[in-house]
Design a protein. Structure first.
Length: 719
């Protein structure tokens, strides 16, 4: 008998061991590979086990957010390198002990335990108590569902209990048949997925609209849905593919989003822990989430920032709100209003008079419609009947269409105060605000007044700027004409000095500058002899430069009745015959070039050995190939020999005796500016000898024999 009992005991042990082994094998195989979890399976927190959707889009498992060591069961994107959790099961009940968490199905419920106690469950139930027929499945949409194998009917789904992320296919709003509200609730922080301060939900009070609240205080309002979009949210051209909509029928009132077009980006809608909203899309190239749409854009998105009957305009340069009252309304607290405290809002300038029927409505376009929690609506009523209905009730303050499609349908009436209005400039809806006809300014709001004043200011500024530009142009043209007349007058004076007194009116245009004595003394170094420009008469010491400017486009030379110039710098034909041309300037320039190279003035140089002046000496050394003998001793060692030789050759070309052999000044500039080969001077420079240095009688006889030209030569040393 004892042997029989021993055999039975051994058989029982073997049976239990075999059963446990089978259960273990089954659990391991499913938990590591499947997209489902059955009633006799579990998912443990071992750092490896997870459930993956059939298409490999999403993954469910245990995780720790940020720097936290707490463990949670969550769903994240499988193929995205940055772990992005879109749903958390036990967000309010973390597992404190690592590797102790277990996820399993029990009585058609999904349960999470920390090894000892159940810390979270799905709170679902089924008429089928057989765990074997109940499965948990992770879909490629990111939805975690519990079902009896019926794909069209779920016992429970995670999409009914959103966290802070909204995906395509998810809903925010009300299931009226089940009495279920779905809302987004922010995380407390990036390290803590527990319930945060902000909630986004669909309000059923009045006319349905979406609100973002901090606890119970509204922070941002989407505005009513107009059949195309929410009136409080605008889209840029690049954002038009994103479509946030509202569905309202007898069974449900909810909002969801979709992406239009052929593209299928990975997009998620997220309520952040600070209450802001981001629509993000995954960029495979940059490997990060990019901003896809901005919902809250500026300071006017703050709920009711301008108070009752206040209209908000955003100052884009400073991103600040700028409030004004609607037409027929004035600030309730003018002193606060001046300090940009608009919280008290506006009040009617003149109270409504419902009994007389004299109230009127002011139309506003491109607006965010007011808060509809105090509104009444009718789907079938037209806009005309809507206005009549509003006039019947003294509490009705505004009206509008519900749906802007097909020219506008439905009626929306507001009662009592109008809150959270803003001007969108280009987009937005029309609505009509009630005011008294006794108000003479009812047809424009103070905001419009500001806009009108701004237009007046802009026009005034533009007019002033235009006038200033015209005056500047006139001044510049006048100054240019004066300069032209001065140049022409100087040319005529050089040709015919008798005209100097012939035109008093032109003489007035010369506008001679006046200097005080001290300025002149400082400029001349107390009238130093070294700074003297002339002596024994008026006129410049060197007056031979610039003669070419007196010629017209088809003139090459001319005779003057009186020769005015400086000895040594005048070309021979001008000094002897009074003939000057466009080549006269070149001669004077050549003399100056040779003076610079030699360090000697034209009248200060005389070689007694060979009876040569500066020009003759320059020709001599050039012909002998000893150009450096002409160079000033002060910089002979530091100078560039090739540049000095080129300068002397250019100078000799300029002082050729015949004008036809000289270059004009344009060619001189060209020769100085490049390294091209230069033409060779043909003959010894033309020199006008000062006969007074050799024989004063000869000079007198020359002057006495002059019949056609007068000669006036300055004999002082040049600069």
């Amino acid at each position: 008998m004892n042997e029989a009992m021993v055999m039975i005991s051994c058989t029982s042990c073997i049976f239990f061991l075999f059963s446990g082994f089978v259960f273990f094998i089954t659990f391991i195989s499913v938990a590591d590979a499947a997209d489902t979890l059955t009633g006799n399976q579990a998912l443990v927190d071992d750092g490896k086990s997870s459930i993956e959707s059939s298409g490999g889009v999403f993954e469910l498992g245990f995780f720790s957010p940020g720097k936290s060591t707490n463990r949670y069961v969550g769903i994240w994107y499988k193929k995205i390198s940055i772990r992005t959790v879109i749903w958390t099961a036990n967000r309010q009940a973390p597992i404190l002990d690592s590797n102790s968490g277990v996820l399993r199905i029990r009585n058609a419920r999904l349960e999470i335990s920390d090894g000892a106690d159940v810390i979270w469950s799905s709170n679902s139930s089924s008429s089928d108590s057989n765990n074997a027929s109940v499965i948990v499945q992770l879909l490629d949409s990111g939805n975690l569902v519990i079902s009896n194998g019926n794909a069209s009917r779920f016992i429970w789904q995670s999409f009914d209990f959103p966290n802070d992320n909204l995906l395509q296919g998810m809903k925010i709003g009300w299931d009226l048949e089940r009495g279920l509200e779905r809302s987004l609730v922010s995380w407390k922080s990036t390290d803590d997925p527990s319930v945060g301060d902000f909630t986004q939900r669909v309000s059923r009070i009045g006319y349905p609209q979406m609100l973002v609240s901090k606890h119970s205080v509204v922070q941002f309002r989407f505005g009513p849905f107009d059949g195309i979009q929410f009136s409080g949210v605008t889209y840029t051209r690049q954002e038009l593919d994103f479509q946030l909509s509202l569905v309202r029928d007898d069974r449900e009132i909810y909002s969801s989003f979709g992406i239009n077009g052929n593209s299928d980006p990975v997009v998620r809608y997220m309520l952040l822990s600070d209450g802001s909203i981001q629509v993000l899309s995954w960029d495979d190239e940059s490997k990060k989430w990019e901003d896809y749409l901005s919902v809250q854009r500026d300071a006017c998105d703050q709920y009711a920032v301008c108070g009752a009957y206040g209209n908000c305009n955003n100052t884009k340069l400073r991103d600040e709100a700028d409030c004004g009252c609607l037409g027929g309304y004035v600030p309730k607290s003018p002193e606060k209003w001046k300090l940009s405290d608009w919280s008290d809002g506006c009040v009617p300038r003149t109270q409504f008079d419902c009994r007389n029927g004299t109230d009127i409505f002011v139309e506003y376009s491109a607006m965010k419609l007011p808060d509809t929690r105090t509104a009444w609506f009718n789907q079938t009523m037209g806009l005309v009947d809507c206005k009549k209905e509003c006039l019947k009730n003294c509490s009705c303050t505004a009206y509008s269409n519900i749906d802007i499609r097909q020219g506008g349908t439905g009626c929306l009436l507001w009662f009592n105060e109008l809150l959270d209005i803003r001007d969108f400039k280009d987009t937005g809806l029309k609505f009509y605000v009630r005011t008294s006809s006794l108000n003479t300014e009812a047809n424009r709001s103070s905001t419009e007044k500001k806009g009108g004043s701004s237009i007046v200011i802009i026009i005034a500024v533009l007019v002033v700027v235009a006038v200033l530009l015209v005056l500047i142009v006139i001044f510049l043209c006048r100054r240019r004409n004066i300069r032209r007349r001065k140049r022409r007058r100087r040319g005529r004076l050089a040709l015919n000095p008798q005209t100097e007194t012939g035109n008093d009116n032109e003489s007035k245009d010369l506008e001679l500058p006046l200097f005080d004595f001290q300025t002149i003394a400082n400029a001349t170094n107390n009238f130093s002899l070294n700074n003297k420009l002339g002596e024994g008469g008026f006129g410049p010491k060197i007056s031979d430069f610039g003669l070419a400017r007196t010629f017209g486009g088809n003139e090459t030379g001319v005779n003057t009745a009186k020769v005015v110039g400086t000895y040594g710098y005048m070309s021979p034909e001008y000094a002897i015959d009074g003939f000057f041309s466009v080549k006269s300037d070149a001669y004077s320039f050549g003399v100056v070039v040779l003076e610079i190279v030699s360090g000697n003035k034209i009248r200060g140089f005389y070689n007694a050995d060979n009876n040569l002046n500066l020009l003759g000496q320059a020709w001599k050394v050039y012909k002998e190939g000893n150009i450096l003998d002409l160079v000033d001793e002060a910089f002979k060692e530091s100078c560039n020999n090739s540049e000095v030789s080129r300068a002397v050759q250019i100078g000799l070309l300029c002082v050729q005796p015949y004008p036809k052999d000289r270059p004009n000044m344009r060619f001189v500039v060209s020769m100085l500016g490049n390294d091209n080969e230069l033409p060779q001077p043909k003959q010894q420079p033309g020199v006008f000898h000062d006969r007074r240095m050799q024989d004063s009688d000869t000079s007198s006889s020359m002057q006495g024999s002059s019949t056609s030209n007068e000669l006036s030569i300055t004999v002082l040393n040049p600069r």
